[in-house]
Design a protein around this ligand. Structure first.
Ligand code: 5AD
Ligand code: SF4
Length: 443
């Protein structure tokens, strides 16, 4: 089969970092291979995996089970496991899953075309999972057809040094490695010059950007300020942060930079200090609440969202109540909540005081109910007011309806427009709050 005619399909699980890695992989492959929308039409299938929680890993594994069956009728099909599960399990996967041809870890992304070439032409099975402290995120200028996309991610760092006791990321993504300042700004400029209007700076722990760079001149706040200057850009976002590394310079950016969107995802994980300590989070609820207060003082319209784990080993009913009190106190604009699960290599896997699935499930349900009420009340605060909305597209089943996002990251479904372009910023009056979105009309 000629190279040009081979097709590929990438399935992605996990975080925005993974979404972005899949985007990069697709770009690296397009040219030599052709993307298809259906796994059954693909000669190469890459499963970009996540191992943050047990459930995420199970989803990837069940897709692999389906691929095994498809491959029985299509023996030439190349199956690759990439991303965090690949990094975590390494070579073992090749012996355990004989139908898998490629296991590729998180630092090997840019070698994908060469690895696939070896597999296809030399009929090899490969595990490429080396990690090195000397790894550098390469300069990368993605191809963008002018005006074809209005928002993009830009990687600013990889890995994490925080070692929260429940977390697999320091093992799957390695230690923190910041990308060079000039490479990041070059990519932002390149994207803006091609019509990209919104950029999200990406890293597992963006607040500690630059700590490992020898030049020593740049922290995350300086990076944000430089990105904010790039001509053509309308919105700047970032994700994700650990409260322990949130400093005054970053808070000040929210006061100074209009382009920086008033949304902060600030994972708290638990409302109880004793649990935060056992999680190795290195902040107390008091310091967390102070950060929330200072962020709101710097930018009164800021929407704060969070992540919460329920049922961490040793979590008592009182600890859980502290989390319930915290969400009521902060009144989050959104919150993701999860049942604690043991992860390979994470220290908490060996902790005592594990809770039953039943207790974890029951606490999660109570928490999610409370969060739902708070988020709905927050959404109602937006009704009757006008907001700038960046257009994303038209609703497929309701052609009179469009959707877009406020700077605070709320999805708004709106009517009253005939013809709009994705990326255009328009004024919308919000007329109704729903649980997961707002409804409005074009002004
Ligand atoms: N169990 C449950 N949730 C977890 N998270 C990370 N590790 C675990 C785990 N072992 C959650 C945290 C994190 C989010 C991305 O996933 O809340 O912020
Ligand atoms: Fe999942 Fe974390 Fe890996 Fe992202 S970095 S894919 S959340 S394990």
């Amino acid at each position: 089969m000629a190279n040009e005619r081979r097709t590929f399909f990438i399935e992605t699980f996990g975080c925005q970092m993974n979404d972005h890695d899949s985007e990069i992989m697709a770009q690296l492959l397009t040219g030599s291979y052709r993307p298809v929308l259906n796994v059954n039409d693909a000669d190469i299938v890459l499963v970009n995996t996540c191992s943050i929680r047990e459930k995420a890993e199970q989803k990837a594994m069940s897709l692999l089970g389906c691929l095994k069956i498809i491959k029985k009728d299509k023996p030439h099909m190349v199956i690759g496991i990439v991303g965090c599960v690949a990094q975590q399990e390494g070579k073992k996967i090749l012996s355990r899953l004989p139908y898998v041809d490629l296991v590729m870890g998180t630092q090997n992304l840019y070698n994908l075309p060469a690895l696939l070439g070896e597999i296809i032409h030399n009929h090899k099975r490969i595990a490429a999972v080396e990690q090195s402290a000397a790894f550098e995120i390469p300069p990368y200028l993605p191809e963008v057809d002018k005006g074809s996309v209005h928002k993009r991610f830009v990687t600013i760092m990889q890995g994490c040094n925080n070692f929260c006791t429940y977390c697999v990321v320091p093992f799957t993504r390695g230690r923190e490695i910041s990308r060079k300042f000039k490479d990041i700004i070059a990519e932002v400029r390149h994207l803006a010059a091609h019509g990209v209007r919104e950029i999200t700076l990406l890293g597992q722990n963006v607040n500690s950007y630059g700590r490992d760079l020898k030049s020593g001149q740049t922290g995350f706040a300086e990076l944000l300020r430089a990105a904010a200057e790039v001509e053509g850009l309308k919105r700047l976002r970032f994700t994700t942060s650990n409260p322990r590394d949130l400093n005054d310079e970053l808070i000040q950016c929210f006061a100074d930079l209009d382009i920086l969107c008033p949304h902060f995802h600030l994972p708290v994980q638990s409302g109880a200090n004793s649990i935060l300590k056992r999680m190795n989070r290195k902040y107390s609820i008091e310091t967390y609440l102070d950060l929330v207060r200072r962020l709101r003082a710097a930018r009164p319209d800021i929407a704060i969202t969070t992540d919460i784990i329920v049922g961490f080993p040793g979590e008592s009913e009182d600890d859980f109540q502290a989390t319930m009190n915290l969400v009521a106190n902060v009144r989050y604009h959104g919150a993701y909540s999860f049942k604690y699960s043991d992860r390979p290599q994470a220290r908490s896997t060996a902790f005592t005081g594990k809770l039953s699935e039943e207790v974890k499930g029951e606490r999660l349900a109570r928490l999610q109910k409370r969060i739902g009420q708070i988020v709905m009340a927050r959404n109602q605060e937006y009704t009757g007011k006008n907001y700038e909305v960046m257009v994303e597209g038209r609703n497929k089943s309701r052609p009179d309806q469009w959707f877009g996002r406020t700077a605070s990251n709320h999805i708004v479904n709106f009517t009253g427009a005939k013809s709009l372009q994705a990326g255009q910023i328009i004024d919308v009056k919000v007329i109704e709050a729903c649980q997961h979105s707002l409804r409005g009309i074009l002004r």
